[in-house]
Write a protein that binds this ligand. Structure first.
Ligand code: GUN
Length: 294
């Protein structure tokens, strides 16, 4: 069997087109242009790439992008002051502080200082709580993108056995909440899980979000399952170069799974699309408007 390859790049492109249309309508009917402030502290090369692609996606969707690049030695007090200004700025509907932050800054304190209504990452405890209790929330972008990809294969996820490997606040936990809301039977597996391979083999939907290169092997996958690979790991490649691999052994997964996401070109582009989706959603909510249809 050769699995269907889930083309995250194409699906994200289509979603971004729909978001752009909804944003244009919001501007025409209500005079609102959604704005996203992206804050980068320091010059981590990977973070710089992410931030650039987020700003570009925002602009391409017809929204405003406000970039704040601060030096690596920025104090926590100065960063908190900037967030206070952005919280008060009516033209800013979304605030994203790129992680990781330098060690002199308490990340939790900073993330908790963002207005929950502008928290497009969905990391604020208010949004985590709203998601867990089924209320309108800003939901972390990677989990949302992962579920959208799974639904391209299984339009209804109801009743399916979903296994999430990884229990981070950014991916594993919110992903499990979203899958529960889709009526899946959800298992969260992690580094202390007994018989991890056997747990994974039960999954109709397998989500790998552990950050361990190619940890999920072909014989961990139930034949025909949908496999969503959230991992992005840089490993040594040929000729002294590096290459990107996921948390799933892609070649082996192709032989067993029903459908699988590639790395790169799977979940990554969906995360960016969902950042602009959340910016649009935050702008609508701040104006008392219903959820945008995209
Ligand atoms: N760094 C790596 N992933 C993310 C993310 O989803 N959001 C933010 N703010 N920083 C990140």
């Amino acid at each position: 069997m050769t699995a269907t390859i889930i083309d995250g790049k194409a699906i994200a492109q289509e979603l971004r087109g729909n978001i752009a249309k909804a944003a244009a309508q919001l501007a025409k009917e209500h005079g609102i242009v959604p704005g996203l402030a992206v804050v980068l502290v320091g010059n981590d090369p990977a973070s710089e790439v992410y931030v650039k692609s987020k700003s570009k996606a925002v602009t391409e969707a017809g929204m405003k992008s406000f970039d704040h690049k601060l030096p690596a030695d920025t104090s926590q007090a100065d960063l908190l002051k900037l967030i206070e200004q952005l919280n008060a700025d009516k033209s800013v509907h979304g605030i994203l502080v790129q992680l990781p932050l330098p060690s002199q800054i308490d990340s939790t304190l900073v993330l908790n200082s963002i207005d929950p209504g502008k928290d497009v990452d969905g990391f604020h405890p208010v949004n985590a709580g709203r998601l867990a209790t089924g209320q309108r929330a800003l939901v972390p972008c990677t989990p949302v993108g992962s579920v959208i990809l799974a639904k391209t294969i299984n339009p209804s996820l109801a009743g399916l056995d979903a296994v999430v490997i990884g229990r981070s606040n950014i991916v594993g936990k919110p992903l499990a909440q979203l899958l529960l809301a889709e009526n899946c039977t959800v298992t969260i597996a992690h580094s202390k899980t007994k018989d991890l391979k056997e747990v994974c083999r039960r999954a109709d939907l397998l989500f790998a979000a552990v950050g361990r290169p190619e940890m999920v092997r072909g014989d961990w996958i139930k034949p025909g399952a949908t496999v969503i690979d959230v991992g992005i790991n840089r490993v040594p490649g040929e000729g002294g170069k590096t290459r990107l691999v996921g948390d799933v052994n892609y070649k082996e997964a192709l032989e067993v799974a029903g459908a699988v996401t590639p790395v790169p070109g799977g979940v990554g582009p969906m995360t960016i699309a969902c950042v602009i989706l959340n910016t649009l959603r935050a702008a609508c909510a701040s104006a008392g408007l219903p959820e945008p249809k995209v």
